[in-house]
Design a protein around this ligand. Structure first.
Ligand code: FMN
Length: 410
């Protein structure tokens, strides 16, 4: 896709024109300080490839080549991984050119977390491990997992410490991704950030919402700034509500964060990684694809999914959830949208995409802004009397042991 240059260059702050220095995650040097957020059901090997290719284009625009951003896998339950379920084994696969190979683990139990990390490290299956402490899904928090977990300081410390220790055996850096806390009264991000730093993690990422907010309202970037001021020896990454490259630059300016983590903004818009790489390289080139170019990307995404699943039907089922995101703001009627949302083969996809007018230009404002999950705030489901103490009781230890059994989503 050909990017267009827009008015208003980002102010370069570094010698080579870059807005920020490269992001250092342990031994990895990430030239463009951008991370694809782990998203369950989305950031599989196929989607990461698409985002990576667009990111590389952006780097080339900025006059650079080689490794670009960090693209994290969807979360993988440590227990499922230790049990080597076929699904988790597929989810930890990487393309040969993925570097660093990044995997996000979810765990509520230090021993299982350690075993999963040991497996990844000793079998050379990852170059970076991210830990998920941000999941707000009720079935996870109800058992004390995800964003409910950092409330129990000793448990959080034990999980992080165990995984860092395993990673260190082969110099595999570990990062922590978290939310502000359970709700506005029960915030955990500052003490969790300090604990993670003391336990030896390579970076911390903060989604500026509480679990109670789920995906509602706006992300509180001032919390990212507070974390950056508190955790001083490792990179702090900001996450939440980056819908454009300009938002990313603004987050860096307003919070002083060392890099950004981008989730929903790239749904149906993987070329956002071109924009982000270009923006952080200090150029104002931005991608504004025509409907024809969007259709081509949608097709490529589906082809990559075919390769990932090894099965056309499953790939087509998966791409259905992306259709509305790809077509956001374009004048495509409900008939074609509905047909695409039921697509079951590549041939059918090609037939349907051929009916779109390829020359329709990028719709601008209508295609910008929020996409993906939104929703409203809620009371967080927690184990009984979870908030009474920040230490883990024996009773709660038993409750959370169940939390790894079936989870999905962050
Ligand atoms: C569909 C979906 C799945 C997600 N799955 C995960 C996950 O597996 N692990 C995780 O840490 N966060 C997960 N998240 C949260 C995102 O990583 C990110 O923190 C959140 O969407 C806020 O960033 P954004 O405003 O850029 O989307 C998920 C979010 C969405 C929308």
């Amino acid at each position: 896709m050909t990017p267009v240059t827009q008015a208003g260059e980002a102010a370069p702050a570094h010698a080579d024109g870059a807005v920020l220095p490269p992001l250092r995650i342990g031994r990895h040097v990430i030239e463009s300080p951008v991370v694809l957020a782990p998203m369950a059901g989305i950031t599989n090997r196929a989607f990461r490839r698409l985002c990576r290719e667009y990111g590389n284009e952006g780097r080339a625009i900025g006059g650079a080549s080689g490794a670009t951003s960090l693209y994290v896998s969807e979360m993988i339950t440590s227990r499922a991984l230790v049990e080597r379920t076929p699904e988790s084994m597929r989810l930890i696969e990487h393309d040969p050119d993925e570097n660093p190979r990044s995997i996000q683990l979810y765990s509520v139990d230090p021993a299982t977390a350690r075993a999963a990390a040991r497996m990844l490290v000793s079998e050379d299956r990852a170059d970076h491990i991210d830990l998920n402490f941000g999941c707000p899904v009720p079935k996870v928090t109800r058992k004390g997992g995800g964003s409910a977990l950092p409330w129990k300081k000793d448990l959080f410390k034990a999980i992080v410490g165990a995984v860092v220790e395993e990673g260190a055996k082969r110099d595999i850096p570990v990062t922590v991704k978290m939310r502000k806390g359970i709700d506005d009264v029960h915030l955990t991000f500052l003490d969790a950030g300090l604990t993670a730093e003391a336990e030896g993690v390579a970076a911390v990422a903060l989604h500026g919402r509480t679990a109670a907010q789920a995906y509602s309202g706006t992300a509180d970037w001032s919390a990212i700034r507070m974390l950056k001021e508190t955790v001083t020896s490792i990179p702090v990454l900001g996450n939440g509500d980056i819908w454009s490259a300009e938002d990313a630059l603004r987050m860096v300016r307003e919070t002083g964060c060392d890099g950004v983590v981008v989730g929903r903004g790239c749904l149906g818009r993987p070329w956002l990684f071109t924009d982000l790489a270009a923006a952080f390289a200090g150029t104002s080139a931005r991608v504004t694809p025509t409907l024809g170019e969007v259709a081509e990307t949608l097709r490529t995404h589906t082809a990559y999914l075919c390769d990932f699943y090894g099965e056309e039907e499953r790939a087509c089922r998966d791409i259905r959830k992306h259709i509305a995101w790809y077509l956001k703001g374009f004048p495509a009627g409900s008939t074609i949208r509905n047909s695409l949302a039921l697509v079951d083969s590549m041939a059918a996809l090609d037939r349907l995409l051929a009916t779109l007018d390829p020359d329709v230009p990028w719709p601008g404002e209508a295609a910008e802004g929020q996409r993906g999950r939104a929703g409203s705030s809620r009371t967080v489901a927690l184990p009984d009397r979870w908030l009474e103490s920040r230490e883990l009781s024996e009773e709660h230890r038993r409750t959370i042991a169940e939390a790894e059994l079936s989870v999905s989503g962050g």
